[in-house]
Write a protein that binds this ligand. Structure first.
Ligand SMILES: Cc1cc2nc3c(=O)[nH]c(=O)nc-3n(C[C@H](O)[C@H](O)[C@H](O)COP(=O)(O)OP(=O)(O)OC[C@H]3O[C@@H](n4cnc5c(N)ncnc54)[C@H](O)[C@@H]3O)c2cc1C
Length: 321
């Protein structure tokens, strides 16, 4: 049996792995993957866990993660941001941040500005097809190829995404990983239009000027940037959730601190006293009001981690009602 390169922590509290939930349970086991010489050994150890049916989930910067009060019963694997160099042809290790890609692209004259301001790592961005809705573009528009480690076979796989690979805040990888974490993206080859460094820098600066204040507020408050799938909402109703909230105060509510902030882009926030039951009440209220007022079906964009793995919206509400 392959041993992990470093020690596995036991009963590790996950409060600090969370932006927009101020309290979270512990992970039964915790490990941090490094993108260095130890990576292949550790992926082999995870492959063996997968084959033995032992649960694990892997996370990047946790900006799209809701951890439930009871924590996680399996191995919570974090990805270290170290050793994340993007090469000149825009082949990027999955642990590079989106801002590293956007800024390196701009310096070389390539236009990744539609991704400017999206927090987190590029592996997560590709898996969740993250994007900035007003730009109409998302990660899928910039991906030329993906290398992923397949925990089922224990081998690396190359994906050349076709038109069915990505959907609104969704991808083949995200769908395949929903029950068990099968594909770990290790590297992504990117493509973008060449517009020259001056124009590319200007476009990044313009997008950041639009987003900067809201992003700063969001990180100060510790809120979720993307609780509901805005891409889908915009397509179906012409509105983002934030616009709906501003139009209709009845869409908001406050269940023991689970609410939409009055500040910035009106993102979802909680307090240290808020429980999963309170959050379930807010979610149920939002779903019913969005349906009543806009005929919209809300779809959850954040990953929700409970003791037995990632769960969908209906399961979260049922378990906490
Ligand atoms: C203030 C704020 C603003 C935001 N703005 C935007 C926005 O404009 N557009 C947008 O789309 N999102 C936005 N988000 C949401 C979030 O930043 C994105 O979803 C981001 O891509 C998540 O990156 P992460 O590294 O934090 O992922 P995590 O939250 O750590 O993980 C997200 C998911 O990706 C999976 N994952 C992580 N790494 C890999 C890998 N290597 N291989 C396979 N799966 C992997 C995880 O298992 C998990 O299911 C915002 C969030 C915040 C807090």
């Amino acid at each position: 049996m392959t041993q992990f390169s470093r020690a596995i922590a036991k009963n590790r509290p996950l409060d600090d792995k969370h932006l927009f939930k101020k309290r979270a349970g512990a992970a039964a086991k915790y490990y941090q993957l490094q993108f260095d010489d130890s990576l292949q050994n550790d992926l082999q150890a995870l492959h063996e866990m997968y084959k033995r049916g032992e649960p694990f989930r892997i996370y990047g910067a946790h900006t799209n993660l809701y951890i439930c009060d009871n924590g996680y019963g399996g191995l919570f694997v974090d990805i270290s941001p170290k050793h994340s160099k993007i090469d000149e042809a825009f082949a990027a290790p999955a642990n590079a941040t989106v801002s590293e890609l956007v800024n390196k692209g701009a310096a070389a004259g390539y236009d990744f500005s539609a991704l400017a301001g999206i927090p987190g790592m590029i592996g997560s961005g590709v898996a969740g097809n993250s994007g900035y809705s007003p730009s109409g573009k998302a990660f899928g528009d910039f991906v030329a190829g993906i290398t992923a480690y397949d925990f089922e076979t224990g081998r690396a796989m190359e994906f050349a995404p076709d038109e069915n690979f990505f959907a609104a805040r969704d991808s083949f990888i995200k769908r395949a990983n929903s029950e068990r974490f099968r594909y770990f993206i290790t590297e992504v080859k990117f493509k973008a239009d060449f517009i020259g460094p001056v124009a590319a820098r200007e476009k990044v600066a313009a997008q950041m000027a639009k987003r900067k204040t809201h992003l700063a507020t969001a990180f100060e408050e510790g809120s979720a940037g993307s609780l509901w799938n805005n891409e889908k909402l915009r397509r179906e109703t012409g509105n983002s959730f934030a616009i709906m909230l501003r139009e209709n105060g009845a869409l908001n509510a406050d269940f023991n601190g689970a609410t939409y902030s009055a500040n910035g882009a009106n993102f979802f926030i909680t307090t240290a006293a808020t429980t999963d039951n309170d959050v379930a009440k807010l979610f149920a209220h939002s779903i019913s009001k969005a349906h009543e007022l806009y005929g919209a079906e809300l779809e959850k964009e954040i990953a929700t981690l409970d003791t037995d793995g990632e769960i969908d919206l209906a399961t979260f509400i049922t378990r906490n009602s």
